[in-house]
Design a protein around this ligand. Structure first.
Ligand code: ADP
Ligand code: MG
Length: 340
């Protein structure tokens, strides 16, 4: 009997250490970067990993927020030049590369236009055409003189920066890095419409990410909150749309993703773009840029960068198009086309 008991205890201990015990779940929900965030991680060190990740998000918020006059980016904007941290420097470097790669559709010098439209203060109003034309030269990307070797930046001609299109993607990459370092191999985080998955669910199945319905009043998109789901592992799934932040004036909707070449809200027939990629900063930057480009140019861009990302486009006429790399992991009750 004694022998039987000691075998049983040994088996229990072995089962515990070799992962047969349910994995410990740790979560946190909070507001940062003006966004509702949820972090969920599994594993013995998940509590510590979640705490470290929360600290990291708050640290990056303090660096990157234009809404905080003490942030590094606000100081840079008010001085017009300066030395920045490695984080800010890396984000600016990536944003400028993506900016030139997308013909300026992603433009981190957009801040003066965001101010003009009132998106920075919530004091919205449609500007006059002449005031937009006066501001447009400030938003030229060649106003940004960036020396990556020394992390120094000069903003010419009164230019100011806004990293809002890309900062949360960078942040989710950093969170996943922290999780990995803490030995976590199963986690999912959502920083608003930015979702990033690490590994698979603790039960070995893929993570399911819902794709938000940009217009529940549009019968063609069904009346559910989501238009479909993606099953993923080790991927960022990041959406940009005209439904996130907008105001209505004289019955017309004006949203927060601006076309840098016109100075007006991007109006290329899309209501939502979702980008799926292993890299969060790329997915975030591209979700904004492809939204500005419109579906045809976006599909052309994807054809030249197929190995880096896939995408889901939803158009104003209710049409849904997905790129061929996610055919096997997308599921929807609605009709959709596959772009090749
Ligand atoms: P969200 O902020 O809702 O996650 P996005 O990632 O698409 O959505 O970023 C939109 C934000 O990016 C805007 O609020 C603004 O700060 C900034 N922005 C707007 N238009 C552009 C643009 N063409 N290029 C770069 N940044 C932009
Ligand atoms: Mg974005």
């Amino acid at each position: 009997m004694k022998k039987f008991l000691s075998i049983l205890i040994t088996l229990f201990i072995l089962a515990f250490f070799f992962g047969c015990s349910p994995k410990k779940e740790s979560t946190n929900q909070f507001i940062a970067m003006d966004t509702y965030m949820e972090l969920k991680a599994y594993g013995h060190h998940s509590k510590k990993a979640i705490d470290l990740a929360t600290d990291e998000i708050n640290r990056l918020d303090l660096l990157l927020s234009t809404g905080n006059s003490e942030s590094e980016i606000s100081r840079l904007n008010s001085l017009g030049y300066g030395y920045v941290s490695d984080d800010t420097s890396y984000i600016i470097e990536e944003a400028l590369l993506l900016g030139s790669d997308t013909n300026g559709a992603l433009n981190i010098a957009i801040y003066p236009l965001m101010e003009l439209w009132g998106f920075t203060t919530h004091n919205y109003s449609v500007p006059s055409k002449s005031s937009i034309n006066n501001i447009l030269p400030l938003t030229r990307l060649d106003n940004i003189i960036f020396a990556k070797e020394t992390n120094t930046i000069i903003l010419k001609n009164g230019a100011t920066l806004d990293l809002g299109a890309i900062a949360k993607g960078y942040t989710s990459d950093r969170v996943i890095d922290i999780f990995r370092k803490e030995g976590i191999n199963s986690a999912i985080i959502s920083l608003g419409q930015n979702v990033q998955a690490l590994g698979r669910k603790p039960n070995g199945k893929l993570w399911t990410v819902g794709i938000k319905n940009p217009d529940t009043n549009d019968k063609r998109l069904g009346n559910k909150d989501i238009i479909g789901t993606l099953s993923v592992e080790d991927k960022a799934v990041i959406s940009s749309g005209d439904y996130e932040r907008f105001f209505i004036e004289d019955g017309k909707k004006y949203h927060h993703i601006l076309n840098p070449s016109t100075g007006y809200p991007a109006n290329m027939g899309l209501t939502s773009v979702t980008v799926v990629s292993k890299i969060g900063i790329l997915a975030d930057g591209l979700s904004t840029a492809l939204f500005v480009m419109g579906k045809d140019d976006a599909l052309e861009y994807w054809r030249n960068h197929k190995k880096d990302f896939d995408a889901i486009f939803i158009e104003k006429d209710g049409k849904i198009t997905i790129t061929e790399g996610i055919v096997d992991c997308f599921s929807s009750e609605l009709e959709y086309e596959v772009g090749h």
